[in-house]
Write a protein that binds this ligand. Sequence first.
Ligand SMILES: C[S@@+](CC[C@H](N)C(=O)[O-])C[C@H]1O[C@@H](n2cnc3c(N)ncnc32)[C@H](O)[C@@H]1O
Length: 258
Amino acid sequence: MQYGRDTRGIRSHIRSLERSRASRTRPDRPREFTMLGREWELLDDVFAPPYSPSTGVAADFLGLGTPLPQRKASAGPSLLEIGCGSGVISVQAALGGHATVVAADINPLAVENARVNAARHGVEDRVTAVCSDLFSALGGRRFDRIFWSSNYVRAPEDYAYGSMHERAYVDPGYQAHRRYLSEVTDHLTEGGRALLHFCDRGEPDALRSIAAECGRELRTVRSRTVLEGTDPIRHVLLEIRPATTRPARGRNRRLVRV
Ligand SMILES: C[S@@+](CC[C@H](N)C(=O)[O-])C[C@H]1O[C@@H](n2cnc3c(N)ncnc32)[C@H](O)[C@@H]1O
């Protein structure tokens, strides 16, 4: 079953599940990889950055895309990364000057992987890895920046995951996206920013409808098109804000003047 118009098949959840299985089981899946000028460990069943452009694009979107010298971060902002996977973005953020980073994932192996990579790069004092279904384990903590590079492909509402790894690729009925859009702004400090890395393997129109239903609006902050095999895929960094409606009085006044 496919959703939305998709002449290239890029939105097919079946195809994404095949990509998940291939990434998880290929015999040359590395135990370590190089990215952003550093070496990273990769545990079994964790999203593999070498097999997807997503992690590199996410790092670029957040201004963390170049090899970073370790900066002092006592006064830097706080970051919550939902879906930290192997921890590349969280560790880069700590190296790049974030004072505190919470690296959260629903996959316990990803949490362990982020912990290992934070220690490997000497930022374990600033990166706390937590097993959490979105915000469930975070209590009332608030952050200056919240970011999720999501599982942007929509699977049927009743799809039952076959492995933890599949959670990096598909979201049944966009249920997790709906919760993220609706809850994320409750976890921000004043002036904080809620961000979502999405791409057109997902369904931007469906996402915008869900955002509107949750009383949120989405603003595109950055975009980049990447060739994945033969498919040009557009990646976007979206900022999530409470929806604003223009007051009717203002609209009427403008109409009269015209
Ligand atoms: C596309 S991967 C990105 C991983 C990592 N940030 C990177 O760029 O390499 C999406 C991540 O979101 C996690 N995830 C999916 N659903 C989640 C949920 N409900 N709560 C927390 N994390 C979730 C997956 O386990 C996966 O690690």
